[in-house]
Every structure is written in structure tokens, then in C-alpha cells.
Design a protein around this ligand. Structure first.
Ligand code: FAD
Length: 432
């Protein structure tokens, strides 16, 4: 048994941990409950078309994710479309970061020249960014983003059309609930360091192909094992290790364990382990936010004027032209982040309402051949101020937690999941 590591959960965090450990010569076994890997970031097939469970955006500042892809031998340009920072809010404004200036001037210049924002709005945004720079994006005390924006005299139209869409896209939490400090962490990393940190990277292939399959390949090529359809039902402590039980097996023994499941599943697994009560209490306090993605397949020659367009009213928040992004011509994805009225109506009514909004904004779309709504009800934890998040290291020796919800400076993101996976792997490598 000795020196074996079990990873529970085949999402990005678990796969990352397992791949790093396996490539360092550790004997790793990964258990995934579902028949597929990838967790909340995965591809699926609908009517013969490959979709993602939700349109994802990666930021240029997500260095660990990009470096992981490179370690996997993946050339960024093969799997990601990199777009320099630009925001097109339909019928409101458009903003392009300057391609010649260094950060943060590239953004400030973009705001200054934004078409559709009043002079007062542009100056308010620039002054706000300047003040953030002066305090190194660090608040004395965390408050909600909305409170911070109001304190900083941000005009309400600017809050609605600039800060709210960025907050929803980055934190999946509405500004009245969102942690201002975590929002500033993302702003700092994206806007204040290198210019291309603010680039937006959109997957050109489905997420399973982009990241889960290469990670799984690295695990297997280095002798690791992956068991899908293998939900761990219980963990018990034994001398110098742990005993894991699935529905079909009663006792696989491991020296180290990484629980890389989503928070509520983590609590189910911790329930039988004395000494983890404070972690369970922390997890019990987490609240969750949904993300809905509506896909519309139009005629192949249909496209939108931009790869990504924001909307400041109605159900639609962002639309993505999958023809421009990944060659899926005529396929439009609409993302609705966080809680809202869309949760109160049926998927059919929502699809109809979103389609009407899209057609009103873009009259040449025509009628879709098919529509698919994917609702991820617990897409991410609600990223609220002063949220206590569990550490990777637990009170139980050799038992670690990985996942986008564990302690870190980022909201629930692919980067957060990768960072936590890397962290757990390094702890285990060190303690061996
Ligand atoms: C619709 C949507 C859109 C998103 N958009 C973005 C975005 O634009 N940018 C971004 O960076 N992030 C985005 N995210 C967030 C990102 O996808 C997540 O932060 C990340 O995938 C979380 O990975 P994880 O490994 O921490 O957890 P998970 O993906 O939840 O992985 C946990 C895994 O554990 C498995 N599991 C659970 N219980 C057991 C058990 N008992 N035994 C074995 N296995 C078990 C689960 O099946 C799952 O595969 C989005 C998420 C969603 C849902």
C-alpha cells in the first residue's frame, strides 16, 4: 500500500494533482463518480454537435492554467483563441485596450476612448482604477463590490454596463453579494501587470479535449490509474493511511488522499472522519450560484458582429459566436451567470425569451434549427466578502483538499482549480 495516492474527483483540480504526481513517479489512482472526466468543465455532444457544459473564458492572467497546458505539450493557439481585451456592450459602448501601451495604460487609454460612455463615466472609471493602483488593489476591510463602487462614486450606468458584467463573468456573483477584494484580486492580476494578462482566451475545442483528455493521458502514460463510474462512498482511517470504499469495492488502501470533489460532495466524504468538523462547518456556510448556457444553432452562414458581445438588460448577458471562436458556424452560445429571474421560468420559456432578445439585437439571425439550455445549478460558490474557505492541508495528516472552492485569492475558476491541484501535489511530493 505504502506511498500510494488516491485522488477522489476527476475535475480539473483532481486531474491536475494526479497528473503532476504521476509525472513525478508517484503511484496514483484517480476515482471519478461520473462516466466522464472534467467535472464542471467538460464537453458533451448534442444533436451531433460538441458543446461545453458552459461557455468558459480563460484570462491571460491565468498563468498556472496556461503553463499546465504547455507542460502537457499543447500549443496555446491550437486550443485557445486569444483576443486582446475588448468589451462590446450592445447598443451601449465599445472599448478596446490599446495594443501599444503597457499595462495598465493600455486599459486606461481604452476607457478614455470608449465610444458610448459619457466623459463623466470614463473619468470615473479611470479615477477608480488609479485609486486601486495606489492601494495596490488591497482593501483594509472586504465589503461587497456594490458598496465599494458606490463609495467610489461610480455612476449607476457605469456600474450596470461595465462593472456588473465584468463581476458576473469573473466571480459569477452579483455585485450586491460579491467580494470586492476577490474582484480586485482579479483586476490586479489581469490589468496591472503585463498587457496580455488582460487578454481573453476562448476555447477552440471542447473543454474535455482541451484539458481533461491531455491530463488523463499524462496520468496514464506515467503509470497512474483512472477509474470512472467509481464514486467513493466512504473514507476510513487505518494505521498510516486510509481505506476507500466504492459501491463495488470495500477496501482499497492508500497512504495519501486528495479529496477533489465539489464542496457539498466533499462534506459527504468528510462526514465520517473525526477532526474535520471545522472544515465541514466552513463548507456548510458556502452558498452556490448557477450558470445557464443557451445554445442556438442557426443556419451556417449566420454570425454575430463580434466573437463576444455583452448585453446590459434582459436575460442575455453575453453571447458568443462559436463560428468565429471554434468554427462551429451558426452556433451562438448565450451565457446567463448568477442568480436571477431566469431561474423562475421553464427552460422552454427561457429559450424563447433569450431568442427574442437575440433576434431583436441582431435582426438577421433567422430561426434556429435547435436550441439547448444547460443549467448548472451549483456552477460555483457565491464569492461573498470575508468568506472562509478551507485550506488544502487538513487536520488529518496526509489528507488534502483540492478544488476551486479551497483557500485562494481567486473566485471559482479553472485557474483556481488548477492552482489548488498543483498545491496539493506539491504538498504530497514534499512530505514523501
Ligand atoms: C457553466 C459553467 C461556466 C463556467 N465558466 C467559467 C469560466 O468562464 N472561466 C473559469 O475559469 N471558470 C468557469 N467555471 C468554473 C470552472 O468550471 C470550475 O471552477 C472548475 O471546473 C472546478 O473544477 P474542480 O475540479 O474544482 O471541481 P469539479 O469540476 O466539480 O470536479 C469535481 C469532480 O469530483 C467528482 N466527484 C464528486 N463526488 C465524487 C465521489 N464521491 N467519488 C468520485 N468522484 C466524485 C465529480 O463528478 C467531479 O467530476 C464555470 C463553471 C460552470 C459550471
Amino acid at each position: 500500500m505504502q506511498n500510494n495516492v488516491a485522488i477522489i474527483g476527476g475535475g480539473i483540480a483532481g486531474l491536475t494533482s494526479a497528473a503532476i504526481l504521476a509525472s513525478n513517479g508517484v503511484n496514483v489512482t484517480l476515482y471519478e463518480a461520473n462516466p466522464y472526466l472534467g467535472g464542471r468543465a467538460r464537453g458533451l455532444t448534442w444533436k451531433g454537435t460538441t458543446l461545453d457544459n458552459g461557455q468558459h473564458i480563460i484570462l491571460g492572467a491565468y498563468h498556472q492554467t496556461l503553463s499546465l497546458l504547455s507542460k502537457l505539450g499543447i500549443h496555446e493557439e491550437e486550443v485557445l483563441l486569444r483576443i486582446p481585451l475588448q468589451i462590446h456592450m450592445q447598443d451601449v459602448y465599445s472599448l478596446h485596450a490599446n495594443s501599444l501601451l503597457p499595462a495598465p495604460f493600455h486599459l486606461l487609454y481604452g476607457i478614455l476612448l470608449a465610444k458610448g460612455l459619457s466623459l463623466k463615466e470614463r473619468l470615473s472609471a479611470i479615477l477608480f482604477m488609479h485609486r486601486l493602483q495606489k492601494i495596490d488593489y488591497q482593501l483594509d476591510q472586504d465589503i461587497t463590490l456594490l458598496s465599494l463602487l458606490k463609495k467610489q462614486n461610480q455612476p449607476s450606468r457605469l456600474i450596470k454596463t461595465l462593472w456588473e458584467p465584468i463581476c458576473l463573468a469573473a466571480l459569477n456573483t452579483p455585485p450586491y453579494l460579491a467580494s470586492a477584494q476577490v474582484f480586485l484580486n482579479v483586476l490586479k492580476d489581469s490589468f496591472s501587470k503585463a498587457k496580455n494578462d488582460s487578454d481573453m482566451l476562448l476555447p477552440k475545442v471542447d473543454l474535455t479535449k482541451m484539458i481533461s483528455e491531455p491530463l488523463a493521458l499524462m496520468i496514464k502514460n506515467n503509470g497512474g490509474k483512472i477509474h470512472i463510474k467509481s464514486a467513493i462512498k466512504s473514507i476510513s482511517r487505518i494505521e498510516n493511511g486510509f481505506c476507500l470504499a466504492t459501491e463495488n469495492t470495500t477496501g482499497s488502501l492508500y497512504q495519501f488522499i486528495v479529496i477533489a470533489t465539489s464542496p457539498h460532495k466533499t462534506n459527504e466524504l468528510l462526514a465520517g472522519l473525526a477532526g474535520t468538523e471545522s472544515i465541514q462547518a466552513m463548507i456548510n456556510k458556502l452558498r452556490f450560484q448557477p450558470i445557464y448556457t443557451a445554445y442556438f444553432q442557426f443556419e451556417k452562414d449566420v454570425n454575430l458582429p463580434q466573437a463576444m458581445i455583452g448585453y446590459s438588460s434582459g436575460y442575455c448577458q453575453w453571447s458568443f459566436d462559436r463560428g468565429t471562436i471554434c468554427g462551429q458556424h451558426g452556433l451562438i452560445a448565450v451565457v446567463i451567470s448568477a442568480e436571477g429571474k431566469h431561474q423562475e421560468i421553464s427552460h422552454e420559456s427561457l429559450a424563447k425569451a433569450v431568442l427574442e432578445e437575440l433576434q431583436a439585437h441582431h435582426p438577421n439571425l433567422g430561426e434556429p434549427q435547435w436550441t439547448k439550455i444547460i443549467a448548472e445549478k451549483r456552477a460555483t460558490f457565491a464569492c461573498s466578502p470575508r468568506l472562509a474557505r478551507p485550506d488544502a492541508i487538513t487536520m488529518i495528516p496526509n489528507l488534502y483538499l483540492a478544488g476551486d472552492y479551497t483557500q485562494g485569492k481567486y473566485p471559482a475558476t479553472i485557474e483556481g482549480a488548477v492552482q489548488s491541484g498543483v498545491e496539493c501535489a506539491h504538498y504530497i511530493l514534499k512530505s514523501r
